[in-house]
Design a protein around this ligand. Sequence first.
Ligand code: PEP
Ligand code: MN
Length: 336
Amino acid sequence: MIVLLDRACTLREKTDVVRLLEQEGYRVSVAPLGEETIVGILGEAAAGLEDRLARLPGVRRVDRDVPPYALVSRALHPEATTIRVGDVTIGAAEVVVIAGPCSVESEDQILTIARSVARSGARLLRGGAFKPRTSPYGFQGLGEEGLRLLAAARDATGLPVVTEVVSPEDVDLVASHADVLQIGARNMQNFRLLAACGRSARPVLLKRGIAATLDELLHAAEYVVTHGNPRVILCERGIRTFETATRNTLDVGAVPVLKARTHLPVLVDPSHAAGDRAWVAPLARAAVAAGADGLLVEVHHDPERARSDGRQSLTLPGFDELMAATRRVAAAVGRL
Ligand code: PEP
Ligand code: MN
């Protein structure tokens, strides 16, 4: 059940609604969405509760039959959510490009790449410090040292930093260095991690699971929001299908469908969909044409020697070309 409060409701009225619910033993989530406030009642609600709530001052509407992902749904909150990170706004007119290596490997590597992608027009820097690798023998990332190098690259370039967190225990550590917490495809339904990121003050970039439906992605986003963090950015990164010519199959249709179902910003990662740098730019153009709010792109100054995902990483000049093409497509669809 959810309670929609009046836009003009007072703090006192809001507190009274929450107090009544908590006194009766309900777990509630209070989500400020734009100028509105939605109070979600988690779990089963007793008969008659909606009538009692509807009588309270400041309450606009009480809904028992809510979409399963009420807080992220467009139906209840038609305006698009924009998420500010540093001086960048994600989900507004600008197509925001996040670029950087798959993994942070050294100070030299991350600084070289960060400076170059910034010159080409990237607005945020990506780079993995904790890497979820398919093989236990693969490079697992530099861990905390990688986080420090990312923070140094932010200081050198001004680009806010996006990096993955793979375990609930690491959320505070990662949040103390990074500007955005990435939840990877393999962890999209790691509910304890979703909850831990929901308790963080940092925005969350939530990637679609390798075999997850859009409904499951939206439910996962709802977990983050119900735990107190409304700043969620979704990311389509390709799904597993029978096709093996690309690493994953980019679901371009996910972009308009998600934009219709949710008010959250939607990004596309063409790199993990492509698996090969040859296909990254065309997939990026398709994503922007389909209405993506931004891109997450892997870039490396020496992809042949990258410690992870070199094959799909664009070279520095390759990324510069992608940016030029992306700008043309963005302009053609009325974006910046
Ligand atoms: C990544 O962004 O480096 C990554 C591991 O992506 P995904 O979780 O989509 O596989
Ligand atoms: Mn990668």
